[in-house]
Design a protein around this ligand. Structure first.
Ligand SMILES: NC(=O)c1ccc[n+]([C@@H]2O[C@H](COP(=O)([O-])OP(=O)(O)OC[C@H]3O[C@@H](n4cnc5c(N)ncnc54)[C@H](OP(=O)(O)O)[C@@H]3O)[C@@H](O)[C@H]2O)c1
Length: 343
């Protein structure tokens, strides 16, 4: 570790679901001292009153803004899209930052503005950001000051595709059929995420236009020689947490399931948080954990990869802490061996 003292950490936007998970992890992280947590409407309230799972576990209150950023080592930003770009350019140069939003993931301003439907006002800061998919970008993350934490769908999709793309095994288009739980839309209810609407329901949304598509394509080009077509389709599941992606691909040559498994096992041999399973993964076994479970099936040249994770943990706060660990020279699993529940 670079420093002897505990890392002094601040959170911008701690009263939402991403912030809630950051707090659940960071309050018990052995190398972290939590200094401030901001909120907007919830500012002034005790954290344990807003996140009732944390009742009795911290005396901190949400604040509107930090009094100072002096002596802060790292901040997490869990704000709605479009707000981190107001905060990051003003951070002192010695403060590291991990942004959970989409503000700094895309290198092309025009692509950002098309998919997020707003102007980008801090592209000069974007150039300093490293894309924080830990398993494909570990060495760059260790050297980074600013991390753009990946989207939840992007994490599930990229972890399911990276070994195939990096080994140049695919031919033709890849179809990704992905589903998310309702917490992906944040803590504030909207008409289409409201309980009566979501429960016992299942529907597709944002065909061809989901904002994670350019992020996935950008990272696939970084991982391998990706020139194929990606068809990416998102659906709403009637559960609170979880992403499940079925990835349909065609290999250049016939492959057995065992060959696909060996390829993934080699690629992820250093990656504690990627677990290879037999048959299908299940969002129940990754819920509340930082694991991404991956399973396969193969027939001739056809391959299907199944990828499951918790959108709020490996898809957001857990991966963000994994990246913080790497930046500060800690073991990447520190504070993150979160165990799920059975059932
Ligand atoms: N949910 C997921 O599965 C997920 C996964 C990956 C990435 N992300 C990204 O992570 C970010 C946070 O997501 P979330 O689901 O945690 O959102 P959320 O539940 O809506 O929380 C947003 C947070 O930002 C604060 N906030 C809202 N408007 C603000 C303003 N005008 N000024 C200052 N603070 C403001 C909110 O404070 P109040 O509560 O006080 O209003 C809250 O703390 C988003 O960019 C999201 O896209 C989310």
């Amino acid at each position: 570790m670079e420093k002897q003292h505990k890392l002094r950490i601040g959170i911008f936007g701690g009263s939402g679901y991403g912030g809630s998970e950051l707090l659940r992890i960071l309050l018990f992280h052995p190398n972290v001292e939590l200094v401030f947590v901001t909120a907007n409407e919830q500012a002034g309230k005790p954290i344990g009153e807003v996140h009732r799972n944390l009742n009795g576990l911290t005396h901190l209150n949400f604040v509107k803004a930090p009094e100072t950023l002096d002596a802060i080592d790292c901040v997490f930003l869990a704000l709605p899209h479009g707000q981190a770009m107001d905060v990051v350019p003003g951070l002192p140069a010695n403060v590291k930052a991990i942004d959970l939003s989409g503000d700094f993931r895309l290198r092309d301003q025009a692509v950002f503005e098309k998919h997020y439907k707003q102007p980008h006002t801090a592209m000069s800061s974007q150039a300093e950001f490293v894309y924080g998919l830990t398993e494909t970008n570990r060495e760059a993350i260790k050297q980074a000051r600013l991390i753009a934490n990946p989207g939840c769908f992007a994490t599930a999709t990229l972890l399911g595709m990276a070994p195939l793309v990096a080994n140049h095994l695919l031919s033709g288009r890849v179809v990704v059929d992905a589903k998310t739980g309702s917490s992906g839309s944040g803590a504030k209810a909207a008409a289409n995420t409201h309980h009566p609407q979501r429960m016992n329901s299942f529907y597709a949304y944002k065909p061809f236009t989901h904002q994670h598509v350019p992020e996935i394509e950008q990272e696939l080009e970084h991982v391998g020689d990706w020139t194929s077509e990606l068809v990416f389709m998102t659906h709403s599941l009637p559960v609170a947490r979880g992403i499940f992606a079925s990835i349909y691909a065609e290999a250049k040559e016939e492959m057995t399931e065992d060959e696909v498994r060996k390829l993934f096992a080699d690629y992820y041999r250093e990656s504690f948080f990627v677990r290879l399973v037999n048959g299908s993964p299940d969002i129940n076994w990754v819920k509340t954990t930082n694991f991404c479970d991956i399973g396969f099936a193969a027939r001739g040249r056809q391959i299907v990869v199944f990828s499951a994770l918790d959108n709020l943990v490996k898809g957001a706060a857990g991966q963000a802490v994994q990246n913080m660990n790497l930046i500060f020279g800690l073991d990447e699993t520190t504070g993150l061996k979160l165990v799920g529940t059975n059932p």
